[in-house]
Design a protein around this ligand. Structure first.
Ligand code: ADP
Length: 338
């Protein structure tokens, strides 16, 4: 590459020319090198994602057999010691499976292979299953686990129930994991968008260890854990929030967090959903409960409020009393009917 110029005298006659030539072979070669390095890096990343996806799948299959067989064995007549060993195998299997699932999801996200299902689902059912899965751990730690929802919530929505559950379980699981005393509360609200579309708002609030301001910004990146000593103590892969963020974004929403160290954290997220015109089938319990009376004897105001909200949604007549002795409980509605 170069440039050329013609030289004129004062009468406009050409008396010479200047030509400059610059050798850009090195620059061109550097550009080529850069491009081929980028191509190699891209194909290595794709190969890595594919490898991870294959490996996760290969590991998951025998893990399911280990967990399934442990479950079957646990139904048999076993000595106390045998049961204890077997429960350890099953619990470790479940923990390992959760990690493998995270890696599988991460590799799908990394390779842009994650797809959402769009099917009708029962929102209350989805929330209840998520709460159920963390209830045992919360009860073990003596934490209150409660759930509130707006009065006018749609019942059947159209979207990916399993992925919504995955986000909820991750946030609720973290809240329980990082809270030693106090409570974990889930709030669910809804605002209309247009036509049959609604925006669902979720907030998972805990009274746990909290997160410092400097760490808040990096929370939703892959493999980010606040510090290595917490990781050693609490375990985890650091993938959960990155996966949740991706899922929330795929569902047209946003995720954010507010936290005060030593006081607790609140994770907020929204998703967009279509409301289905389908009506939710009433469960047999609901028919039996309508019109019956329920006395709620509960010291905790938030639990009292949650229970009466649930009972009223079943059309029951509720009387509340704060005179109860505090005891450990599961959040589940059915467990608490008096
Ligand atoms: P994991 O929990 O598997 O380590 P996550 O991506 O779900 O991975 O969380 C990343 C990190 O964010 C956690 O290791 C923890 O340091 C911090 N964190 C997440 N949720 C909470 C919470 N509710 N309270 C305090 N710290 C939290």
């Amino acid at each position: 590459m170069g440039s050329a110029g013609v030289l004129y005298d004062s009468e406009g006659t050409i008396y010479g020319a200047i030509e400059t030539i610059r050798d850009i072979t090195d620059r061109k070669m550097a550009e080529e090198d850069l491009k081929s390095a980028r191509d190699r890096a891209e194909s290595a990343t794709k190969a890595k994602s594919k490898f991870l996806a294959n490996m996760s799948h290969e590991i998951r299959t025998p893990m399911n057999a280990v967990i399934g067989m442990s479950d079957l064995l646990l139904q048999m007549d076993l000595k106390l010691e045998q049961r204890d060993y077997l429960e350890t195998i099953r619990n470790s299997g479940n923990a390992l499976l959760a990690i493998i699932n995270d890696i599988l999801d991460y590799s799908k996200i990394d390779g842009d292979k994650l797809e959402l299902e769009i099917l009708p689902f029962d929102l209350a059912g989805c929330i209840e299953v998520s709460m159920d899965l963390v209830a045992a751990k919360a009860a073990e730690k003596g934490l209150e686990l409660t759930y509130f929802q707006d009065d006018a919530m749609p019942t059947i929505l159209v979207g990916d129930e399993i992925r919504l559950r995955q986000i909820l379980i991750n946030l609720l699981g973290n809240a329980v994991k990082f809270t030693e005393k106090g409570e974990v509360v889930l709030f669910v609200g809804c605002s209309p968008v247009e036509g049959d579309k609604v925006k669902l708002h979720f907030a998972v609030k805990d009274t746990g260890i909290g997160i410092s301001q400097e760490n808040l910004g990096k929370l939703f990146q892959c493999f980010t854990q606040v510090d290595s000593s917490t990781t050693r103590y609490y375990g985890g892969t650091g993938l959960g929030l990155a996966i949740s963020r991706k899922l929330v974004e795929m569902m047209g929403g946003e995720i954010s967090v507010e936290s005060t160290p030593g006081k607790g954290s609140t994770f907020y997220f929204t998703i967009m959903c279509d409301v289905s015109q389908q009506k939710r089938a009433a469960t047999p319990d609901e028919h039996v409960l309508a019109g019956k009376s329920m006395l709620i004897v509960e010291g905790s105001e938030s639990v009292q409020k949650m229970l009466s909200q649930a009972a009223m949604s079943w059309k029951m007549n509720v009387t509340k009393s704060a005179g109860g002795r505090r005891r450990q409980r599961f959040w589940r509605k059915r467990h608490m009917i008096l």
